[in-house]
Write a protein that binds this ligand. Structure first.
Ligand SMILES: [Cu+2]
Length: 155
């Protein structure tokens, strides 16, 4: 009897250790125009666990499919590419998803994202439990990146 109890305690503790804490801060997405089928979502990810993790994908009711993307240079052109294998999130590391770099791509938008909207986005990790955040749709401030044109060149 005592042995079973100890086993249960040990299992419980193991689960606590494995329950990696993933912090998702300031999730936002750019507004899209009617007819645009894709949109980018950005955020800060902080792996507060003691275990290295990977952002492997996501899901959202506003899109058919969610992919993890980055930008790569091809000759003189920056192009978006799906990140095979996901974005590595080392233990204790802060990773910024931002325009022109790592981002979450919403593929097959069911309707335009309008500034001021919020929508749920579930992020999936290799180790941490899936996390659903409310993404705020905001116009990009200041940077002047032609991100809309960028999206059009996708694929
Ligand atoms: Cu993309």
């Amino acid at each position: 009897m005592k042995k079973i109890l100890w086993t249960l305690l040990a299992l419980g503790m193991t689960q606590n250790v494995l329950a990696a804490e993933m912090m998702v801060e300031q999730p936002w997405a750019r507004p899209t125009l009617q007819g645009m089928s894709m949109g980018g979502a950005f955020m800060l990810l902080k792996n507060e666990s003691a275990q290295n993790d990977i952002l492997i994908g996501g899901a959202s009711p506003v899109a058919d499919k969610v992919e993890i993307h980055t930008h790569v240079r091809e000759g003189d052109v920056m192009k978006m590419r799906e990140v095979k294998g996901g974005i590595p999130l080392s233990a204790g590391q802060l990773v910024k998803l931002e325009p022109g770099a790592y981002h979450v791509m919403l593929m097959g938008l069911k309707k335009p994202l309008n500034a001021g909207d919020r929508f749920p986005l579930t992020l999936k990790f290799k180790h941490a439990k899936p996390k659903t955040v409310q993404v705020k749709v905001e116009s990009m401030q200041g940077s002047g990146l032609q991100q809309g044109a960028h999206d059009m060149k996708h694929h």
